[in-house]
Design a protein around this ligand. Structure first.
Ligand code: ZN
Length: 230
């Protein structure tokens, strides 16, 4: 695998209302999936915006690009997806899962349990004909060179993916951070001592050190088109 074997799929957008942005203004957020053309087949991180209830539709005003159309931009069909990983199971990340019956979905066990407990996501996106989960309890190398690393924060069961390529590693952060800038701030916080700064210093999530240990050449996000590079 090479860095260019990882590509972004645009799956739609929604409008986060002013009540949720702390800026006084609504914010348009893109929804991205990431396709890894791996040695054993195609792995897809996140599958797009699911159909919500009327209240959710009115609140977020989503515009969807159906998963088959998004995959077609890469010359693929849903049948070409061998494995799905969801960074978490909110409706804007697992919306296309029901279009991939029988395809294993990798999630943290605690995340699926949370999703099944209710008032978290939409049941039809989690329990559908042909749903099949591969549940993890922590970090795992799911395929050679493809790692899943727990990155709790946005939700307890959040996870990110690291792909080790011949020309460097790429982190598919998902929603570990809303923006590349937020990642950058945490990466600097981790490295502050090494840069010679004395306390007091900001703290970063403990898992940042784990992700940075892969020495990523590129980090990409579920809701930000910006890319972090070291
Ligand atoms: Zn999200």
């Amino acid at each position: 695998m090479h860095l260019d074997d990882v590509r972004r799929l645009t799956l739609g957008s929604f409008v986060r209302p002013a009540e949720e942005t702390q800026t006084g203004a609504p914010r348009v957020e893109a929804v991205y999936g990431y396709l890894v053309r791996g040695d054993r087949g195609n792995v897809l991180l996140d599958t797009g915006l699911g159909e919500g209830d009327a209240e959710t539709e009115a609140w977020y005003r989503p515009r969807r690009i159906p998963l088959p159309a998004a995959l077609a931009t890469a010359g693929l069909t849903p049948a070409d997806v061998a494995l799905v990983v969801n960074c978490h199971l909110h409706f804007d990340h697992c919306g296309g899962n029901p279009l991939l019956p029988g395809t294993p979905v990798v999630a943290q066990r605690r995340e699926l349990e949370r999703a099944r407990a209710g008032d978290y996501t939409f049941e039809h996106l989690v329990e559908y004909a042909g749903s099949r989960y591969e549940l993890l309890d922590g970090e795992a190398q799911i395929w050679p060179g493809i790692h899943v690393v727990p990155t709790p924060g946005h939700v307890d069961g959040h996870q990110s993916v690291v792909v080790e390529c011949a020309d460097g590693s790429v982190v598919l952060a998902g929603q570990s951070h809303d923006t590349a800038s937020a990642w950058s701030a945490d990466a600097l916080a981790v490295r502050a001592r090494g840069l010679g700064h004395e306390p007091p210093l900001p703290s970063a999530p403990v898992w940042m050190e784990r992700l940075l240990a892969f020495d990523p050449k590129r980090v990409v996000f579920a809701h930000d088109a910006a890319v972090w590079e070291p």
